[in-house]
Design a protein around this ligand. Sequence first.
Ligand code: 5AD
Ligand code: SF4
Length: 449
Amino acid sequence: MNAEPDKKVFIKTYGCQMNVYDSERMQDVLAAKGYVGTDTPDEADLVILNTCHIREKAAEKVYSELGRLRRVKNSRGKAGDDMLIAVAGCVAQAEGEEIVRRAPMVDLVFGPQTYQRLPELLDRRISDGTAVVETEFPVEDKFDRLDAPTRTLARGVSAFLTVQEGCDKFCTFCVVPYTRGAEFSRPVERIAAEAERLVAAGVREITLLGQNVNAYHGSGPDGGAWSLGRLLGFLSGIEGLERLRYTTSHPRDMNDELIEQHASNPTVMPYLHLPVQSGSDRILRAMNRKHTADHYVKVIERLRRARPDIAVSGDFIVGFPGETDADFEATMNLVRTVTYAQAYSFKYSKRPGTPAADHEDQIAEEVQSERLARLQTLLNEQQKAFNEACVGRRFSLLLERPGRYEGQLVGRSPYLQAVHIRSAKAQIGDMVEVRVEKAGANSLSADII
Ligand code: 5AD
Ligand code: SF4
């Protein structure tokens, strides 16, 4: 191994959980090249921005960060000390060469399908002396190389594991099918091996990731295509793995086998993130969501029948082109019908290359802002009511980190709420039974039973 000891890498991650996972795997790949992680970008030999292209604001953040890094790089350069700057992730994939034109001090640009080749891209940058831009979708899949058991660095007690990547749904607002490419599912055995490595490294909870995770159809040990439900059942057999979650799902792909897992498998947490985007059938059609509001509500009803204590979270877009007051009211009504424990909501953002960006009936910013404020008020009320209804309930908690005060620990409830407890004996990684005593704005506090 051509280890170059004492090199430091700083990775800044934007956007979704898949980027968090990708950043961790980049760290694994770079560890084999002698890089250690640092929290201080200013002293790093290599800075990687792992970027997000989903909305304009997210994408523009990268350029302001690059402006700051340019000054650091310049002053380091004057002291004869080199610092490499890399842009990875979805902005890299979408903009490629354009990044180097706008920010010439960038040394490397590479898309989400190429980070397993990071060591050779770094070598190429050093030997060529010019910026390297790599945004091809390679024929080999990135996981083939990553599956060669690299060192799995410690991940804490809760970890992400990508099982599916890319999307074939082509919602008309979304860049993901272009930046992450076509749907791909990793084979079951590879996923199981990675899950076992994570559990051996101390992980107790795994969140399976995919842009369209419930469309998972990876090949199983029997040669057939396995559904996500079957995969969850299989993984819950791993000794020491206490909890399984999965995200993000599409309403069209919530099949019986998956819903049945919520009913019968205690390792699968009673929480589901199921984006709907809009409650208006007209807008859902224009978004190419391939389902109606009624279909969505019925899926939630099926889930609640299978697992009465399941909590639901969602994503919403307001001010999609052509959205009328009546369309927006339909979204408000859907929220009242479903009642969410948590939610994410956004103003529609025009993305280059997506069909909706060319619509003529774009909605004025003030209208978007007013609708977003109304929707968020309702969603926040629901979240508060959900948290308050947890008071008095018994939960199992996975303890994740120390709290701010002596003897305090913070764990996650089955519903992803942060829960504070006090205990002299309990340790990070323990599962403890608690009774919820108080609900705050963003967290709960509880006593061990
Ligand atoms: N504008 C606003 N929100 C968007 N999302 C995806 N694309 C856009 C866009 N162009 C939101 C959707 C999706 C979440 C990850 O981001 O709600 O579910
Ligand atoms: Fe984007 Fe729609 Fe695919 Fe989700 S399902 S990643 S919103 S195209």
